[in-house]
Design a protein around this ligand. Sequence first.
Ligand code: SF4
Length: 885
Amino acid sequence: MSEGAEQASIRTTCPYCGVGCGVIAHPDGKGGAAIVGDDEHPANFGRLCSKGSALGETLGLDDRLLYPEVNGERTSWDNALDLVAERFSSTIAQHGPDSVAFYVSGQILTEDYYVANKLMKGFIGSANIDTNSRLCMASSVAGHRRAFGTDTVPGCYEDLELADVIVLVGSNMLWCHPVLYQRIAAAKAERPEMRVVLVDPRRTKTADLADMHLALAPDSDTALFNGLLKYLADNGRVDKAYIDQHTTGFDAALAEGLDRQSVSQATGLPPSQIEEFFALWSGTAKVVTCYSQGVNQSFAGTDKVNAILNCHLATGRIGKPGCGPLSLTGQPNAMGGRETGGLANMLAGHMDLENPEHRDRVARYWHAPNLVEGAGLKAVDMFQAVGDGRIKAIWIMGTNPAVSMPDAGAVEAAIAACPFVVVSDVVSETDTLRHAHVKLPALAWGEKDGTVTNSERRISRQRGFLPAPGEAKADWWQFAQVGQRMGFADAFDWANAAEVFAEYAGLTAFENEDRPDARRDLHLGAVSEITHAEYDALPTFQWPQRDRFDPQKQTRFFANGQFYTPNKRGRFVAVKQPELVQDNRLFRLNTGRIRDQWHTMTRTTKSVRLNAHLAEPYCEINPKDAATIGVSDADLVRVEARGHAVLARVLVSEDTSVGEVFMPMHWNDQFASAARVDKLVPPITDPVSGQPALKSAPVSITKAVMACHGFAVSQERLPTDGLAYWATTPIEGGWRTEFALAEEPASPDDFISHLAGGLVANDHSRGFWRGAEFDRQSLRSAVWLSRGPLEVSRNWAVSLMNADFEDTQSRWRVLAGRPAADAPDVGAIICSCMGVGSIQIADAVTDGAFTVDAVGHACGAGTNCGSCRSEIAEIIGANQLIAAE
Ligand code: SF4
């Protein structure tokens, strides 16, 4: 694709979450594109969330890694690939195949995953390949495999519209899977009798859609669902025929059932609320139980999953329209990774590493000389093996473990000390990339070609619509080239992604007979002979697709009771609620996503719109705890554990329970002085799935007393030397930076001048200093510093970077920290899509807009993706009374 050429619109798929929305890109021929939702894609029917809508703003090349580098020097692909192949080969020759590892990502495509797995598990002869999806949904995989015999998602998204009751367990769907939230909200608006229950220790924004919020104690989900199982049995609500004909283990599972009093004791929920929830769940056949990271990211995540699955198996509410369990995956291709064997304990095509028949079949299909015999190291164990020297060469692709892994400090130290580190990435700077001996430039979203699978087993194409920049190459190509150079030329010889896909589809169909005793769930036989042209045009479809390709069909599993266990019966798993030990001197840290950022911010910070929502790392804390510590909104706190500390802004909120705190997972050393929250998380994992417990780290919290607080907007990044705290994000025309000083500078004027240059004013009586530097009519930088809370409108200050400063008066107004009367402050941005701030929404309420729709009509807020509607509702609530007075 050549730059500047007229291009047609391209159908592709959003690269963020596991909803897998279809988008249409309209390339502008200059390296950019307008992005809209694809009306015809069955995951979203044209809807997008704030992140998806802002995709067009993330396509710039400014921070891209464009050329291969070895030890910091640009080199050719041939040199880099030869070196990688030679170092991996020599390490294996000297220390064996388990001395090397691949750590890949739910961001890479199915074709990338397939080639990586083939190389590691079939030709290198190790299973040391794992993925950051281990951090996201490994407990769901393990739970599915225990219950169903394979990792099968039984239902589909359509069930959300068909259900009478939807239960969201450990899922902040509004922020993490927003388009599914929109689908449920739309269905509920059409059928108000539909009931939504949120099961979550935290009152997240998703609670606004819920008729009932069960704010249970963290990690007590198993007790709740064991109680539900007993309730179903006691009240004659189980499907005895289904249990008898299609399952095993019911009695043992039921023996762990709990009465209401015991559930109440374990969960902290009132018995009346538990009773109400059980009656609701059991009162209709059409129940969907969605679950996400609140279930999976736990030391007992797999048991929680099975406690949920037990209730669906007991009622036969599985795989039928409008009912079933639905695991929501975090990443765009977590499912594709599961399907191709991206986890260290699985084989490609949903085949099992521990099954000799499956190993033999894969070895024959691949003509693999070294098919591995047992499981490899899962993510946490893998980086511990890097740390203690068992792994001596690692290739990390499309992920940033120095930020995202638990015990992130130790993980970074392990990577830094590893003798040979290869990192493939699209950006030039991450906390992981800085330790790479070899840096390989990868194609980004919009440039690469392949497929992804979403949470409902729907495979969609990601299509390139931009030219490959610099020398960036596809991830699958990088692995294939190294495979060839390691001596496996024939097995890694594909011309394009279409050929890789066809080979992978062929494996899923290989000896996958249409007989109950020889059938595997994942079957793509209908597309295994696909040509390049057909691949280019491939419409989205759900698997399985056995013989006749039918992209329109909705597929479900297990309604007929045919499972993939040896006896074809579904398995109840007897799971026990673990005893929860809490050190009351410490807080329990829950980490998670926020609405407008993604993972370690490498892509979303390119959109200034997204950065406007929440611009700083924060610590959400209950008012009672805030009072005990002596902090209030806008203070800074030091959150400490394991010899590490992070600094974050206080956000006091009733939404978080006493003893708990919530912090976003996203911030890292690129954007804040000390906010890598996963440094605080111990490397504790679920014993079955190996998934880390990322939502319950014990931490201590103290007020971080600062002498001065500051804020700056600047064309260049602000120098951060001497700042006790800083957090910075890109804005239109530059950067915004919050900062704080541990001690008041001896000469504040000099300090301001150092940061801002130029014009300095001060107000010693109020302890307020400010400075600004102008370049002709533009603002180069403006800095405000105060001993007390800094009352400068951030939104107004950010807008200054695009203003004209023709006269002295307007320049002095900058120093005063006040907008002019004709440029009113809009407040903190609430609606990223329409750029509407809190003050504008409050004004609309004052003028009589008392519903979210009325606010939308008045000022446009909430009228695009709708992800901000609950925040708008909060502002309405807070301002309605004032308006009525
Ligand atoms: Fe992308 Fe948002 Fe859809 Fe997720 S819900 S796939 S982030 S548009």
